[in-house]
Write a protein that binds this ligand. Structure first.
Ligand code: BGC
Length: 720
């Protein structure tokens, strides 16, 4: 259907029909999913009636080809105009084939693989009847107290933007209508949800508009430029106004400046939550503010269906606003081909064929292997081929390693580290013993020490419980549970080498771990093939290549700590730690324990001199920056060569370093590769005090290296 036909269809709709299109409910409300009696409970609770449900525009978090087919068919029988229902779900890091959590994917710096993971997630969900995924989440994160850092690719606007594009391409492909095994993608949470005060979930976000535009908005914008079909509003306030009622954000920036004309959906109950925020007196006012701001779909509250009719009748809301919102929703249905084929990709046979198929598992394995970050190694990894290994700790035998937001994932499908090591090692060389996450019983302790007594090396699999990160899981303490820290001390007393493997959803405070352990491998929540990938990394069959996309603080007191910080007027320079009136802590370094971009390998990479093609960059030309990198070790490996810049004298203060580019070099032992970068004036632009996005002529530094701290540098001038 073209727009005119859609408008004709809108012409046939009653006001109630139109307003119902703006309502989104969970699957539980629909017949065909549950029987009638089960429906009355939630309907009464929410105050919606059958007519509203029967005309509602979309449903969330329902899946399964058979279920969705039944719900769609039942729904269509009752829908006077035959407008199909849209099915949306949180397919965040895989549908059933669960990939590592997004923060881990961020650490892979592997964009093609990230894209592939989204394509696979799309395929599995689409054949299960889903049309839209509430992903990617691209909120920039600097505060690991916030549990949802696990859903983001990290602290850098450039890297996040690249991942945002890769995910959108992977979910949507380039022909959403023709390719039934893709999904429409909904970027979230617009905007700046990743900066809640104190890291406390749903808390106030307050920052300058310049800061917002410079760091927080680019990744959403990148997703939209890539053609992302939907945007989800965030729960938080932006400059005092909740996103769901924020006209400046939604109509001003998103639709006005960026020209976005797709669907905007609220977050779960976020329209009604404007009452608790204290900007609306009641549902009626919440509906008014949200529709004026440009929120098309209301998720899980009935403010629109209850109050838009009277707001229209009273002239407070122009019918045009409703018609526009309905048109966008119908355009999305059309884009997905639902008018011709309301069942779209839903196909029980394809479900059996593709879900968790070997190819999908293989991709999950590759991404898990590339997402793990080797944080420390004094030589005890990889495990030596003849060593007797004791694998102990809460994640030794656990298959609960999928992480939060694992959609239809089932931990029974996940490979535990113990199972994977058993497959790869002679049984005489491996003993395993598990324990609880927060407490360890004496029998568990005994079993672990018995395993350890006979071993040459201890692999200790530690971590946070899955529920300690994700939505609603902010922490003020970033350490591992106390029982694990005590256990580590006791194990260290055996004097045997210890390699710690970490399963967690956020950068941790590793006090008590980093000093005690001989090696530390950050595995995050690695997904269905996690155990296999980690086993291969531990055994040296795969060389670690992940790089942190979020800094690891020394302590929670340093938070937020991120690499792209400003210098201050009294910066701390090495050797001046004892001076008082400088910007520092008296009880902690300023720098994080492990900086952005950091990650070790089993081989060594040596950097040559940094070469820059000129001392001046003019506005229509470019400079080439290059460096030779040699693998001087004994194993093949991947080096992620990172390029950062610094504007030495901006109109406003500029970060000490900003990532502008990177290349991943795969090098064999003895091999030399060249990382070649092109620098142009565009990369030097930033938001000035008047919010203009331009560059300053003058002196710049360029840094190239293996992380944001260890770099070589050169300088150039941007000339007018
Ligand atoms: C989350 C969103 C999610 C939505 C639907 C909300 O609580 O903030 O990220 O997409 O629920 O499940």
């Amino acid at each position: 259907m073209n727009d005119q036909q859609l408008l004709d269809l809108i012409g046939q709709m009653t006001r109630e029909d139109k307003i119902a299109q703006l309502l989104q409910l969970t699957g539980a409300f629909y017949e065909g999913f549950h029987d009638k009696e089960l429906l009355t409970g939630p309907m009464e609770e929410l105050g919606v009636n059958e007519a509203m449900v029967n005309a509602s525009g979309s449903a969330l978090n329902l899946s399964g080809a058979r279920t969705i087919t039944e719900v769609q068919q039942t729904y269509l029988k009752k829908n006077r105009l035959g407008i199909p229902l849209l099915f949306m779900a949180d397919v965040v890091h895989g549908f059933k084939t669960i990939f590592p959590i997004p923060l881990a994917i961020g650490c892979s710096w592997n964009l093609p693989l990230a894209e592939k993971s989204a394509e696979i997630a799309a395929r599995e969900s689409a054949v299960s009847g889903i049309h839209v995924t509430f992903a990617p989440m691209v909120d920039l994160v600097r505060d690991p107290r916030w549990g949802r850092v696990m859903e983001s690719t990290g602290e850098d606007p450039h890297l996040n933007s690249l991942f945002a594009r890769a995910f959108v391409r992977g979910y949507q492909g380039d022909d959403l209508k023709g390719d039934k095994e893709r999904l429409a993608s909904c970027v979230k949470h617009f905007a700046a949800y990743g900066a809640p005060e104190g890291g406390r979930e749903y808390n106030t976000v307050d920052m300058s508009e310049r800061n917002l535009r410079e760091y927080y908005l680019p990744a959403y914008k990148a997703a939209i430029e890539e053609g992302c079909a939907l945007v989800m509003a965030s729960f938080n306030t932006v400059d005092g106004i909740p996103a769901s009622g924020n006209e400046k954000l939604m109509r001003g920036i998103l639709r006005g400046e960026w020209g976005y004309d797709g669907v905007v959906i609220s977050d779960w109950a976020s329209i009604r939550e404007m009452i608790a925020h204290g900007v609306c007196e009641d549902d009626r006012e919440a509906a008014l503010k949200a529709i004026r701001a440009g929120i098309d779909i209301e998720m899980m509250t009935p403010c629109y269906v209850h109050h838009l009719p009277e707001l229209l009748a009273g002239g407070e809301v122009d019918e045009k606003l409703i018609d526009e919102a309905v048109l966008r929703i119908l355009q999305l249905k059309e884009k997905l081909g639902l008018f011709e084929n309301p069942l779209r990709g839903a196909d029980p046979e394809r479900e059996r064929e593709v879900i968790l198929c070997d190819d999908h598992r293989e991709a999950a394995y590759e991404l898990a292997a590339e997402s793990c970050v080797l944080l420390k190694n004094n030589g005890s990894l990889p495990l030596s081929p003849n060593a007797k290994v004791a694998l102990v700790g809460p994640y030794a035998e656990s298959n609960d390693i999928l992480g939060w937001w694992s959609c239809a994932g089932d931990k029974e499908d996940a490979v535990s580290l113990a199972a994977a090591l058993r497959e790869r090692m002679d049984s005489s060389r491996l003993t395993t013993a598990g324990c609880g996450i927060e407490s360890i019983s004496s029998s568990e302790r005994d079993a672990m020490f018995a395993a350890a007594s006979d071993a040459d090396v201890l692999v200790v699999a530690f971590g946070e419980d899955v529920a300690m990160s994700g939505e609603g899981a902010s922490r003020t303490n970033l350490q591992l549970p106390k029982a694990q820290l005590e256990l580590l001390q006791q194990l260290a007393a055996t004097g045997k080498p210890i390699a710690v493997v970490l399963f967690n959803g956020r950068p941790l405070d590793l006090t008590g771990v980093f000093e005690e352990a001989d090696a530390v491998l950050e595995a995050w929540f690695p997904g269905v093939e996690g155990g296999a990938a980690i086993a291969d990394l531990l055994l040296g069959r795969v060389n670690p290549s992940g790089r942190l996309s979020m800094s690891f603080p020394h302590s929670v007191g340093q938070v937020p700590v991120h690499y792209n910080k400003f210098n201050t007027g009294r910066p701390l320079t090495p050797g001046h730690e004892d001076e008082r009136y400088i910007s520092k802590y008296i009880d902690s370094p300023n720098e994080p324990l492990l900086p952005f971009g950091f990650g070790l390998s089993y081989t060594e990479f040596e950097y040559g001199e940094l070469e820059i093609s000129g001392a001046k960059l003019s506005r229509n030309e470019s400079l080439t920056v290059q460096v030779k990198v040699t693998n001087t070790g004994l194993r093949s490996g991947i080096e992620t060569v990172q390029l950062y810049i610094r504007d030495l004298a901006g109109e406003v203060v500029r970060p000490l370093r900003e990532l502008k580019d990177f290349v991943r070099l795969a090098l064999k032992p003895g091999e030399t590769g060249t990382a070649i970068f092109t620098l142009t004036e565009q990369q030097l632009r930033y938001h000035h005090s008047d919010l203009s996005f331009t560059s300053d002529s003058g002196a710049f530094r360029v840094y190239v290296g293996s992380n944001s701290r260890d770099t070589r540098e050169a300088g150039f001038q941007l000339v007018p």
